[in-house]
Design a protein around this ligand. Sequence first.
Ligand code: ATP
Length: 366
Amino acid sequence: MSSIKLVNLRKEFKEVVAVEELNLEFGNGEFAALLGPSGCGKSTTMNMISGLEQQTTGDIYFGDKLVNDVPPGERGVGFVFQNYAIFTHMSVADNIGFGLKVHKTPPEEIHRRVKDVATLLQLGNMLKQNAGRLSINDMQKVAIGRSMVMEPRIFLLDEPFSNLDASFRFYMRGELKRIQRETKQTMIYVTHDQVEAMSMADKIAVMDFGVLQQFGTPDEIYNYPNNTFVANFIGSPAMNFLDCEFKQEGDTGYLIQKNGASLIILDDRRRGLISQRSGAENLKVGIRPQHLVARSQQNGSSGWQGNTFFVEPLGSKTIVHVRVGGDDLQIVSPADHRPAIGENQWIDFSSDYVHVFDSETGQVIR
Ligand code: ATP
């Protein structure tokens, strides 16, 4: 097992820059996720780590060792893909032990290691079964087992569960997390599904167009997004955004909605930060649907007002869509809050949950 350090890692495919000066460090035994939309450079990054793809520039370290020139077969990397290529004519045991056999490992050792891995994966009672007869999630476990039995220094998983049904995917996420905790294996998991990354990983690297947008714990990324891309990509329903400009009257600084009349009073610290910058007329306010409260009656402190234009009853909660000025806001509300279409709503929030971004760069002002 090993830590990984990527230093100014870059990959070009002719004129396409797939990965741009990527700097990342994953600790030994850490479960990290590479998260981002299709084409953002996740698989290319994984391929460079494994050595299947040569980087254009930059360095890759496993622990203290520079592995730029180490061939893929000698890097000690285990790889599991979305399309688990298992041998359907072989038994589960032969599948898991395949790599060990190729490496001419003594049969008693193969037997012991296959048994240990199968037990960990809860496949212990299926070792003699034909792998072609397994359920899809057990097949994917066999694929994981086949990599795991080689005791890789680093385990890379590229969207391994995207072929599974939603319920199996949920089950396999839990299983993988359990296996990672028990083995303390350094794992990097590629996904475009933010729920998958948030629910499993210790650290998440969010990428877009080959550029790292943020690297942090799930809590850091959710609560303190660096920019509008991360703010929008993480969390469901997505964060609400309003275009605003900054105004100051005496000691009071506030943001006023461009597309309406709603106000947000700023605390002194943020007032200070925003008043000192140029471009204060072009700001974006972000607030999560979970951090707004919609009421059908006015509460003494109600900040904003708008009209209900859509209501989504989801059983455990209701998503109420309210038009405030010219902006459409989603508000996660209790299940029994079901305003009629067209009904007026008063909206409250705490300014602690308000994120302010520069509209042009998308960067947070914090
Ligand atoms: P997905 O989730 O769809 O697999 P990804 O985030 O893994 O996407 P990559 O597959 O790494 O993204 O691709 C990053 C960029 O590099 C894309 O623009 C892609 O078209 C391009 N690319 C990847 N591999 C090659 C290649 N072999 N030749 C040319 N361009 C490539």
